[in-house]
Ligand binder design. Sequence first.
Ligand SMILES: [Zn+2]
Length: 419
Amino acid sequence: MRNTTRRPRENRTITVDFQNEATYFQLLGDGKAFVECVIAFLLSLGFQLKHKAMCTGGGCLTRHSHYLRVRLGGVTIWRLQCTTCHAVFTVLPHFVLRYRAIRPEVARDALLATHGGLSLELCAVIGHISPMALYRLICAIGHHSLVTVLTRCGLPLPIYFLADEKHSRCLTAKVYLPTIVRGRVLWHLGYTTEASAVAFTQSYGEFQRAALQQEPSYRVKGVLTDGFDSTTKSLRTLFPGARLGICLRHALTKLPKKLAAIPSPVRTALRSQFHTLLYRVRQRKSLRVVALGQRLRRFADHVATTAGVVNGERVRRWFQDKKAGWYAVLEDPQMPVTSTLLDQAHNAMERKLFAMKGFHHPGGSQQAFLTGLAHLYNLIPYQRRAQHAGQCGVEVEGGTVPTRDWLLNLQILTSGGFR
Ligand SMILES: [Zn+2]
Protein backbone atom coordinates (compact mmCIF):
# COMPACT_ATOMS: atom_id res chain seq x y z
CA MET A 1 0.00 0.00 0.00
CA ARG A 2 1.25 3.42 -0.89
CA ASN A 3 0.80 5.43 2.28
CA THR A 4 3.29 8.16 1.65
CA THR A 5 3.28 10.90 -0.96
CA ARG A 6 5.63 9.88 -3.76
CA ARG A 7 8.50 12.26 -4.35
CA PRO A 8 7.67 14.25 -7.45
CA ARG A 9 9.56 12.91 -10.46
CA GLU A 10 12.65 14.90 -11.40
CA ASN A 11 10.68 16.57 -14.13
CA ARG A 12 11.30 19.96 -15.66
CA THR A 13 7.85 20.55 -17.05
CA ILE A 14 6.49 24.06 -16.84
CA THR A 15 2.98 25.24 -17.61
CA VAL A 16 2.92 28.56 -19.44
CA ASP A 17 -0.10 30.78 -19.93
CA PHE A 18 -0.26 31.76 -23.62
CA GLN A 19 -3.62 33.56 -23.00
CA ASN A 20 -5.36 31.75 -25.87
CA GLU A 21 -4.75 28.77 -28.11
CA ALA A 22 -4.46 30.84 -31.29
CA THR A 23 -1.50 32.78 -29.84
CA TYR A 24 0.22 29.51 -29.03
CA PHE A 25 -0.20 28.07 -32.51
CA GLN A 26 1.01 31.35 -34.01
CA LEU A 27 4.12 31.33 -31.81
CA LEU A 28 4.96 27.76 -32.83
CA GLY A 29 6.13 29.17 -36.15
CA ASP A 30 8.38 31.79 -34.60
CA GLY A 31 11.10 30.36 -32.34
CA LYS A 32 12.41 33.68 -31.08
CA ALA A 33 8.99 35.03 -30.17
CA PHE A 34 8.11 31.70 -28.51
CA VAL A 35 11.15 31.82 -26.20
CA GLU A 36 10.55 35.50 -25.44
CA CYS A 37 6.94 34.80 -24.52
CA VAL A 38 8.01 32.01 -22.13
CA ILE A 39 10.64 34.25 -20.53
CA ALA A 40 8.18 37.11 -20.13
CA PHE A 41 5.74 34.74 -18.43
CA LEU A 42 8.44 33.47 -16.06
CA LEU A 43 9.35 37.05 -15.15
CA SER A 44 5.72 37.88 -14.45
CA LEU A 45 5.51 34.90 -12.06
CA GLY A 46 8.81 35.67 -10.38
CA PHE A 47 9.67 31.94 -10.41
CA GLN A 48 13.11 30.49 -11.14
CA LEU A 49 13.59 27.51 -13.44
CA LYS A 50 15.04 24.35 -11.96
CA HIS A 51 18.44 24.30 -13.68
CA LYS A 52 21.03 21.63 -12.99
CA ALA A 53 23.14 21.97 -9.86
CA MET A 54 25.82 24.68 -10.11
CA CYS A 55 24.01 26.51 -12.94
CA THR A 56 23.03 30.04 -12.02
CA GLY A 57 20.49 30.15 -14.82
CA GLY A 58 22.24 33.16 -16.28
CA GLY A 59 22.53 31.65 -19.73
CA CYS A 60 19.84 31.78 -22.35
CA LEU A 61 17.09 29.42 -23.36
CA THR A 62 16.89 28.02 -26.89
CA ARG A 63 14.34 25.80 -28.56
CA HIS A 64 15.61 22.27 -28.22
CA SER A 65 13.17 19.78 -29.72
CA HIS A 66 9.48 19.19 -30.05
CA TYR A 67 7.01 16.34 -30.06
CA LEU A 68 3.37 15.87 -30.85
CA ARG A 69 0.79 15.18 -28.15
CA VAL A 70 -1.11 12.49 -30.04
CA ARG A 71 -3.91 12.04 -27.51
CA LEU A 72 -4.74 15.73 -27.80
CA GLY A 73 -5.10 15.64 -31.56
CA GLY A 74 -1.42 16.25 -32.25
CA VAL A 75 -0.67 19.46 -30.34
CA THR A 76 3.00 20.40 -30.78
CA ILE A 77 4.90 20.62 -27.49
CA TRP A 78 8.28 22.37 -27.44
CA ARG A 79 11.21 21.77 -25.17
CA LEU A 80 13.59 24.56 -24.25
CA GLN A 81 17.20 24.07 -23.26
CA CYS A 82 19.49 26.13 -21.05
CA THR A 83 22.62 26.92 -23.07
CA THR A 84 24.79 26.75 -19.94
CA CYS A 85 23.76 23.57 -18.09
CA HIS A 86 21.81 21.91 -20.92
CA ALA A 87 18.80 21.27 -18.67
CA VAL A 88 15.74 20.66 -20.85
CA PHE A 89 12.36 22.16 -19.95
CA THR A 90 9.11 20.92 -21.45
CA VAL A 91 6.75 23.84 -22.06
CA LEU A 92 3.12 22.87 -21.65
CA PRO A 93 0.68 25.48 -22.91
CA HIS A 94 -2.10 26.33 -20.45
CA PHE A 95 -4.64 24.24 -22.37
CA VAL A 96 -2.76 20.97 -21.90
CA LEU A 97 -2.62 18.92 -18.68
CA ARG A 98 0.59 17.01 -18.06
CA TYR A 99 0.31 13.37 -19.17
CA ARG A 100 -3.47 13.68 -19.51
CA ALA A 101 -5.75 13.47 -22.50
CA ILE A 102 -8.34 15.46 -20.54
CA ARG A 103 -8.94 19.02 -21.68
CA PRO A 104 -8.51 21.57 -18.86
CA GLU A 105 -12.11 22.82 -19.20
CA VAL A 106 -13.38 19.27 -18.60
CA ALA A 107 -10.97 18.82 -15.71
CA ARG A 108 -12.03 22.19 -14.28
CA ASP A 109 -15.71 21.25 -14.04
CA ALA A 110 -15.00 17.77 -12.71
CA LEU A 111 -12.53 18.97 -10.08
CA LEU A 112 -14.85 21.78 -9.00
CA ALA A 113 -17.71 19.31 -8.62
CA THR A 114 -15.46 16.94 -6.66
CA HIS A 115 -14.37 19.80 -4.43
CA GLY A 116 -18.05 20.61 -3.89
CA GLY A 117 -18.64 17.08 -2.63
CA LEU A 118 -20.15 15.37 -5.69
CA SER A 119 -19.14 11.71 -6.04
CA LEU A 120 -16.49 10.80 -8.61
CA GLU A 121 -19.15 8.78 -10.41
CA LEU A 122 -21.54 11.72 -10.69
CA CYS A 123 -18.72 14.10 -11.64
CA ALA A 124 -18.09 11.71 -14.49
CA VAL A 125 -21.74 11.98 -15.49
CA ILE A 126 -21.71 15.77 -15.79
CA GLY A 127 -18.40 15.79 -17.69
CA HIS A 128 -16.92 13.59 -20.40
CA ILE A 129 -14.48 11.87 -18.11
CA SER A 130 -14.38 8.43 -16.52
CA PRO A 131 -14.40 8.21 -12.72
CA MET A 132 -11.02 6.45 -12.87
CA ALA A 133 -9.53 9.23 -15.00
CA LEU A 134 -10.75 11.80 -12.48
CA TYR A 135 -9.34 9.75 -9.60
CA ARG A 136 -5.98 9.54 -11.37
CA LEU A 137 -6.01 13.25 -12.12
CA ILE A 138 -6.50 14.09 -8.44
CA CYS A 139 -3.75 11.62 -7.49
CA ALA A 140 -1.40 13.19 -10.07
CA ILE A 141 -1.97 16.62 -8.51
CA GLY A 142 -1.41 15.04 -5.10
CA HIS A 143 2.07 13.83 -5.97
CA HIS A 144 3.25 17.38 -5.39
CA SER A 145 3.70 18.29 -1.76
CA LEU A 146 1.45 20.83 -0.06
CA VAL A 147 4.48 22.53 1.53
CA THR A 148 6.13 23.12 -1.88
CA VAL A 149 2.99 24.56 -3.45
CA LEU A 150 2.12 26.76 -0.46
CA THR A 151 5.60 28.21 -0.10
CA ARG A 152 5.58 28.92 -3.86
CA CYS A 153 2.56 31.10 -3.10
CA GLY A 154 4.70 33.06 -0.66
CA LEU A 155 3.09 31.70 2.51
CA PRO A 156 5.50 31.41 5.43
CA LEU A 157 5.76 27.97 7.05
CA PRO A 158 3.27 27.89 9.95
CA ILE A 159 4.87 28.74 13.32
CA TYR A 160 1.52 28.14 15.06
CA PHE A 161 -0.99 25.64 13.75
CA LEU A 162 -3.89 23.31 14.53
CA ALA A 163 -3.36 19.55 14.43
CA ASP A 164 -5.88 16.74 14.75
CA GLU A 165 -6.89 13.51 13.07
CA LYS A 166 -10.06 12.86 11.16
CA HIS A 167 -11.49 9.40 11.72
CA SER A 168 -12.58 7.79 8.49
CA ARG A 169 -13.09 4.38 6.91
CA CYS A 170 -11.41 2.46 4.14
CA LEU A 171 -14.12 -0.09 3.30
CA THR A 172 -14.72 -1.57 6.76
CA ALA A 173 -11.35 -0.71 8.29
CA LYS A 174 -10.91 2.37 10.48
CA VAL A 175 -8.37 4.84 9.16
CA TYR A 176 -7.11 8.23 10.36
CA LEU A 177 -6.17 11.41 8.57
CA PRO A 178 -3.60 13.40 10.57
CA THR A 179 -4.18 17.01 9.57
CA ILE A 180 -2.34 20.30 9.96
CA VAL A 181 -4.24 23.53 9.39
CA ARG A 182 -3.18 27.14 9.64
CA GLY A 183 -6.13 29.48 9.10
CA ARG A 184 -7.84 28.52 5.84
CA VAL A 185 -4.99 26.42 4.51
CA LEU A 186 -4.24 22.71 4.81
CA TRP A 187 -0.50 22.09 5.26
CA HIS A 188 -0.78 18.35 5.78
CA LEU A 189 -3.44 15.72 5.17
CA GLY A 190 -1.97 12.32 5.97
CA TYR A 191 -3.30 8.78 6.06
CA THR A 192 -2.71 6.10 8.69
CA THR A 193 -4.36 2.78 9.48
CA GLU A 194 -3.59 3.05 13.19
CA ALA A 195 -4.30 5.66 15.83
CA SER A 196 -0.99 5.10 17.62
CA ALA A 197 1.52 7.79 18.52
CA VAL A 198 4.04 6.00 16.28
CA ALA A 199 1.74 6.14 13.24
CA PHE A 200 0.89 9.80 13.83
CA THR A 201 4.56 10.69 14.39
CA GLN A 202 5.37 9.18 11.02
CA SER A 203 2.58 11.10 9.30
CA TYR A 204 3.21 14.50 10.93
CA GLY A 205 6.92 13.79 10.37
CA GLU A 206 6.33 13.91 6.60
CA PHE A 207 5.17 17.50 6.98
CA GLN A 208 8.14 18.29 9.16
CA ARG A 209 10.62 16.85 6.64
CA ALA A 210 9.08 18.79 3.77
CA ALA A 211 9.13 21.99 5.84
CA LEU A 212 12.75 21.54 6.93
CA GLN A 213 13.73 20.94 3.32
CA GLN A 214 12.26 24.35 2.47
CA GLU A 215 13.62 26.11 5.52
CA PRO A 216 16.28 24.29 7.58
CA SER A 217 15.80 26.70 10.50
CA TYR A 218 12.04 26.04 10.69
CA ARG A 219 10.79 25.84 14.30
CA VAL A 220 7.22 25.40 15.53
CA LYS A 221 6.22 27.60 18.47
CA GLY A 222 2.71 26.42 19.23
CA VAL A 223 0.23 23.71 18.29
CA LEU A 224 -3.41 23.48 19.28
CA THR A 225 -4.97 20.02 19.53
CA ASP A 226 -8.12 18.51 20.97
CA GLY A 227 -6.01 16.78 23.58
CA PHE A 228 -6.02 13.22 22.16
CA ASP A 229 -3.12 11.29 23.69
CA SER A 230 -1.49 9.92 20.50
CA THR A 231 -1.67 13.36 18.88
CA THR A 232 -0.03 15.09 21.83
CA LYS A 233 2.69 12.42 22.08
CA SER A 234 3.55 12.52 18.39
CA LEU A 235 3.74 16.32 18.32
CA ARG A 236 5.84 16.38 21.48
CA THR A 237 8.27 13.96 19.79
CA LEU A 238 8.50 15.93 16.55
CA PHE A 239 8.42 19.48 17.90
CA PRO A 240 9.96 19.27 21.39
CA GLY A 241 10.16 23.05 21.88
CA ALA A 242 6.59 23.81 20.86
CA ARG A 243 3.83 24.89 23.23
CA LEU A 244 1.00 22.34 23.09
CA GLY A 245 -2.41 23.81 23.77
CA ILE A 246 -5.82 22.21 24.05
CA CYS A 247 -8.79 23.73 22.27
CA LEU A 248 -10.94 25.81 24.64
CA ARG A 249 -14.14 25.29 22.68
CA HIS A 250 -13.60 21.55 22.95
CA ALA A 251 -13.39 21.95 26.71
CA LEU A 252 -16.84 23.53 26.68
CA THR A 253 -18.43 20.67 24.79
CA LYS A 254 -16.73 18.13 27.07
CA LEU A 255 -17.91 19.60 30.41
CA PRO A 256 -21.52 18.34 30.25
CA LYS A 257 -20.21 14.78 29.77
CA LYS A 258 -18.38 15.05 33.09
CA LEU A 259 -21.62 15.80 34.93
CA ALA A 260 -23.52 12.58 35.56
CA ALA A 261 -27.02 12.04 36.95
CA ILE A 262 -28.11 15.66 37.42
CA PRO A 263 -31.16 17.49 36.06
CA SER A 264 -30.58 18.95 32.62
CA PRO A 265 -31.18 22.61 33.66
CA VAL A 266 -28.38 22.32 36.24
CA ARG A 267 -26.04 20.90 33.59
CA THR A 268 -26.95 23.70 31.16
CA ALA A 269 -26.39 26.35 33.82
CA LEU A 270 -22.97 24.94 34.72
CA ARG A 271 -21.96 24.81 31.07
CA SER A 272 -22.91 28.42 30.59
CA GLN A 273 -21.00 29.45 33.75
CA PHE A 274 -17.95 27.55 32.47
CA HIS A 275 -18.30 29.39 29.15
CA THR A 276 -18.29 32.74 30.97
CA LEU A 277 -15.27 31.66 32.99
CA LEU A 278 -13.17 30.84 29.91
CA TYR A 279 -14.35 33.98 28.16
CA ARG A 280 -13.41 36.25 31.10
CA VAL A 281 -10.04 34.62 31.56
CA ARG A 282 -9.23 35.25 27.91
CA GLN A 283 -10.12 38.92 28.30
CA ARG A 284 -7.64 39.48 31.11
CA LYS A 285 -4.48 39.36 29.07
CA SER A 286 -1.57 39.57 31.51
CA LEU A 287 -3.34 37.92 34.42
CA ARG A 288 -5.03 35.20 32.53
CA VAL A 289 -2.93 32.19 33.54
CA VAL A 290 -3.07 32.91 37.28
CA ALA A 291 -6.70 33.82 36.96
CA LEU A 292 -7.50 30.53 35.25
CA GLY A 293 -6.00 28.42 38.07
CA GLN A 294 -8.01 30.22 40.75
CA ARG A 295 -11.20 30.18 38.76
CA LEU A 296 -10.96 26.50 37.90
CA ARG A 297 -10.56 25.62 41.59
CA ARG A 298 -13.57 27.76 42.50
CA PHE A 299 -15.61 26.30 39.67
CA ALA A 300 -14.91 22.71 40.77
CA ASP A 301 -16.06 23.67 44.30
CA HIS A 302 -19.17 25.21 42.79
CA VAL A 303 -19.88 21.97 40.86
CA ALA A 304 -19.50 20.00 44.10
CA THR A 305 -22.11 22.18 45.83
CA THR A 306 -24.62 22.29 42.99
CA ALA A 307 -24.16 18.86 41.37
CA GLY A 308 -22.81 16.74 44.20
CA VAL A 309 -19.38 15.78 45.50
CA VAL A 310 -18.86 12.98 42.95
CA ASN A 311 -19.37 15.30 39.99
CA GLY A 312 -17.27 17.97 41.66
CA GLU A 313 -14.42 15.50 42.09
CA ARG A 314 -14.67 14.26 38.49
CA VAL A 315 -14.55 17.81 37.16
CA ARG A 316 -11.62 18.66 39.43
CA ARG A 317 -9.62 15.68 38.12
CA TRP A 318 -10.50 16.60 34.55
CA PHE A 319 -9.29 20.16 35.13
CA GLN A 320 -6.08 18.75 36.63
CA ASP A 321 -5.55 16.69 33.51
CA LYS A 322 -6.26 19.40 30.94
CA LYS A 323 -5.26 22.67 32.54
CA ALA A 324 -1.65 22.59 31.29
CA GLY A 325 -3.04 22.55 27.74
CA TRP A 326 -5.42 25.42 28.52
CA TYR A 327 -2.61 27.42 30.17
CA ALA A 328 -0.54 26.89 27.01
CA VAL A 329 -3.29 28.56 24.99
CA LEU A 330 -3.60 31.51 27.36
CA GLU A 331 0.13 32.06 27.94
CA ASP A 332 0.89 33.00 24.34
CA PRO A 333 -1.37 35.52 22.62
CA GLN A 334 -0.37 34.11 19.22
CA MET A 335 -1.64 30.64 20.05
CA PRO A 336 -4.83 29.66 18.21
CA VAL A 337 -7.66 29.37 20.74
CA THR A 338 -10.12 27.06 19.04
CA SER A 339 -9.81 24.40 16.39
CA THR A 340 -12.90 25.57 14.51
CA LEU A 341 -11.04 26.11 11.23
CA LEU A 342 -9.64 22.61 11.42
CA ASP A 343 -13.09 21.18 12.00
CA GLN A 344 -14.30 23.08 8.96
CA ALA A 345 -11.52 21.58 6.84
CA HIS A 346 -12.39 18.11 8.13
CA ASN A 347 -16.07 18.59 7.38
CA ALA A 348 -15.19 19.66 3.84
CA MET A 349 -13.04 16.53 3.44
CA GLU A 350 -15.75 14.26 4.84
CA ARG A 351 -18.03 14.84 1.88
CA LYS A 352 -15.24 14.11 -0.59
CA LEU A 353 -14.08 10.97 1.19
CA PHE A 354 -17.60 9.68 1.01
CA ALA A 355 -17.44 10.49 -2.70
CA MET A 356 -14.45 8.19 -2.92
CA LYS A 357 -16.56 5.07 -2.26
CA GLY A 358 -15.71 2.89 -5.22
CA PHE A 359 -12.04 3.79 -5.13
CA HIS A 360 -11.61 3.38 -1.44
CA HIS A 361 -9.74 0.10 -1.38
CA PRO A 362 -6.62 -0.90 0.55
CA GLY A 363 -4.46 -0.87 -2.58
CA GLY A 364 -5.47 2.66 -3.63
CA SER A 365 -3.27 5.73 -3.66
CA GLN A 366 -4.97 7.18 -0.59
CA GLN A 367 -2.16 9.55 0.34
CA ALA A 368 -1.86 11.03 -3.14
CA PHE A 369 -5.65 11.30 -3.47
CA LEU A 370 -5.94 13.12 -0.14
CA THR A 371 -3.09 15.50 -0.96
CA GLY A 372 -4.77 16.23 -4.30
CA LEU A 373 -8.01 17.06 -2.48
CA ALA A 374 -6.06 19.28 -0.09
CA HIS A 375 -4.60 21.25 -3.03
CA LEU A 376 -8.14 21.85 -4.29
CA TYR A 377 -9.17 22.95 -0.79
CA ASN A 378 -6.33 25.49 -0.71
CA LEU A 379 -6.59 26.84 -4.24
CA ILE A 380 -10.24 26.85 -5.30
CA PRO A 381 -11.79 30.26 -4.54
CA TYR A 382 -14.77 30.58 -2.21
CA GLN A 383 -18.13 30.98 -3.89
CA ARG A 384 -19.75 34.32 -4.66
CA ARG A 385 -21.77 34.67 -1.47
CA ALA A 386 -19.05 33.49 0.90
CA GLN A 387 -17.27 35.73 3.37
CA HIS A 388 -14.10 35.67 1.28
CA ALA A 389 -15.88 35.52 -2.07
CA GLY A 390 -13.58 35.03 -5.02
CA GLN A 391 -10.50 34.45 -2.89
CA CYS A 392 -8.96 31.05 -2.24
CA GLY A 393 -7.65 29.90 1.15
CA VAL A 394 -4.08 30.73 0.17
CA GLU A 395 -5.05 34.33 -0.60
CA VAL A 396 -7.09 34.72 2.59
CA GLU A 397 -3.94 33.74 4.51
CA GLY A 398 -1.91 36.40 2.70
CA GLY A 399 -0.36 34.30 -0.05
CA THR A 400 -0.35 35.19 -3.72
CA VAL A 401 -1.41 33.00 -6.63
CA PRO A 402 0.08 33.35 -10.15
CA THR A 403 -3.14 34.15 -12.04
CA ARG A 404 -6.87 34.76 -11.50
CA ASP A 405 -7.62 31.26 -12.80
CA TRP A 406 -7.48 28.57 -10.10
CA LEU A 407 -6.96 25.63 -12.47
CA LEU A 408 -4.12 27.40 -14.22
CA ASN A 409 -2.67 28.18 -10.79
CA LEU A 410 -2.88 24.50 -9.91
CA GLN A 411 -1.11 23.60 -13.18
CA ILE A 412 1.61 26.21 -12.69
CA LEU A 413 2.18 25.59 -8.99
CA THR A 414 2.49 21.82 -9.44
CA SER A 415 4.93 22.21 -12.36
CA GLY A 416 8.16 20.33 -11.67
CA GLY A 417 10.34 22.74 -13.66
CA PHE A 418 10.27 25.52 -11.07
CA ARG A 419 12.67 25.84 -8.20
ZN1 LIG B 1 21.10 26.23 -16.69
